[in-house]
Design a protein around this ligand. Structure first.
Ligand code: HEM
Length: 190
């Protein structure tokens, strides 16, 4: 059941958040690992796995965005200063932009490089561009820049969540992780 409580994320939103987060972090680390290997059949196999995870992320974030647009997130605590509310909004929009830009830039790069993606080894995904070496070099740099920016923003996002829980002691983290306990308010200063 996914009944709407305005102070909680829906179970679907919580599940999508966890799955997308795990796949993105895994693909960031896997991407860094595989590019450091010397050319071998193993490396090419890893490239395919990397692309499949990326395509899965693309499908999931499309669903996640549609879910988010139809199921608004619970309001942030009124105790937050205005600049923090604005920063949270901007960073969440930017995260969604990068969620799409990461797989799309990889897909464009792979197309221009002349390697079609065959999802799970069974479903050929149409190339978005014809083979073009110069363009592929630029798109490789674009993919790197996008995924490193995404990695940086994910770190900021995690740090903000931890600050809410341990410093501000509000319910921002527990709304997404309901198995955690809402921190008790700090005792008043003597
Ligand atoms: C969640 C989505 C994705 C993330 C987080 C991600 C992350 C990364 C990272 C960290 C690297 C290593 C960059 C470096 O050289 O330092 C990389 C490389 C690469 N990615 Fe992705 N990627 C994603 C999706 C995709 C998709 C969908 C494709 C293709 C369909 C793709 C194709 C590639 C390729 C071919 C490379 C190797 C570049 C080279 O030749 O060195 N990626 N990716």
């Amino acid at each position: 059941m996914d009944a709407r409580n305005p102070n909680q994320y829906t179970r679907t939103a919580i599940a999508l958040h966890g799955i997308v987060a795990a796949l993105i972090v895994a693909n960031l680390l896997f991407g860094l690992y595989m590019t450091g290997l010397s050319l071998s059949p193993q490396k090419l196999k890893y490239f395919s796995w990397h692309k499949w995870i990326g395509v899965t992320v693309f499908m999931l974030v499309t669903f996640r965005l549609l879910w988010r647009l139809t199921h608004p997130a619970p309001a942030l605590p009124r105790t937050m200063p205005d600049w923090q509310l604005k920063a949270a909004h901007v960073s969440h929009v930017l995260l969604y932009v990068l969620f799409f830009a990461a797989p799309l830039s990889g897909w464009l790069f792979s197309s221009a490089n002349g390697f079609q993606t065959v999802y799970l080894g069974m479903f050929p995904i149409p190339d978005l561009l014809g083979k073009n070496k110069e363009l592929a070099d630029v798109l490789k740099l674009v993919h790197k820049t996008v995924v490193y920016s995404l990695g940086g923003l994910v770190v900021v996002h995690i740090a903000a969540g931890l600050k809410h829980h341990f410093v501000d002691r509000d319910d921002v983290l527990t709304r997404m992780y309901p198995f955690l306990k809402v921190p008790s308010p700090r005792p008043p200063e003597p």
